[in-house]
Design a protein around this ligand. Structure first.
Ligand code: ADP
Ligand code: NI
Length: 216
């Protein structure tokens, strides 16, 4: 087996091990889907497939919700890359992607490379469409949120703190986040995928309101 495939297989085992216990929507199968989508986008957009796949596999390991400390998580990933004899240039590139993606502070920095744009698009695509709908309701159930409350309007211009802590509903989350993601895609192919997934969510929401009122 070639060296790159060897590294990717080891990265997959690392991600599986680290994310196995997660229940915040960043479980191993999220990583699997993001990796598959990143590969598909990379092929169309002409991005470096190895870098995209490696970054996608490792992107959620430093998540604050999992490690409690993003910086420590980033160091853990960097250490892993060094131990697995990944080329220095690739380590730098993958770390640049992962640290930009996990950046939660004020002002979102734009991704610096095509590969970064591809992986960020793939991660965002996993929050919309049929899978995105499933994730919203899974998350809401885990957080004891209602599926819908007509008296609780969607929140606008939230701070990061309000976004994480405040009370909302699954349906509100479509307006607070999911319907905004289509416009945030970096690459043309991801935008095309996002448009299809967005339309599917539109249909879902329309039917939801209709059924809510006892209509067909
Ligand atoms: P990411 O780290 O990828 O930005 P989040 O941690 O914000 O994602 O969310 C993980 C999943 O849970 C996503 O599919 C997202 O849509 C869903 N989710 C996040 N916050 C809420 C919420 N307040 N209500 C319902 N679903 C949510
Ligand atoms: Ni993710």
């Amino acid at each position: 087996m070639n060296k790159k495939q060897h590294i990717l297989d080891a990265a997959e085992r690392f991600a599986r091990f680290e994310l196995e216990k997660d229940s915040s929507g960043h479980d191993w199968w999220h990583i699997y889907r993001v990796t598959q989508t990143a590969k598909a986008i990379a092929a169309v957009e002409g991005a470096n497939s190895f870098v995209c796949e490696l970054a996608a596999l490792l992107h959620d390991i430093p998540d604050e919700k999992l490690t409690g400390n993003e910086q420590a998580g980033l160091m853990k990933v960097e250490q892993w890359l060094k131990e697995h004899d990944v080329e220095e240039e690739t380590i730098f590139h993958v770390m640049d992607i992962i640290s930009s993606m996990s950046f939660k502070g004020g002002g979102k920095p734009p991704m610096r490379t095509l590969e970064g744009m591809v992986v960020q698009d793939a991660d965002r695509l996993d929050a919309i469409g049929a899978v995105g709908i499933a994730r919203v309701f899974a998350y809401s159930g885990a957080k004891d949120q209602l599926i819908h409350d007509p008296h609780l309007p969607p929140r606008e211009n939230m701070t990061a703190e309000e976004y994480r802590q405040g009370k909302s509903t699954a349906i509100n989350h479509f307006y607070e986040k999911l319907f905004k993601l289509k416009e945030m895609m970096n690459t043309a192919y991801a935008k095309k995928l996002a448009t299809e997934r967005h339309e599917f969510m539109d249909v879902f929401i329309q039917r939801f309101y209709s059924e809510w009122e006892g209509k067909s």
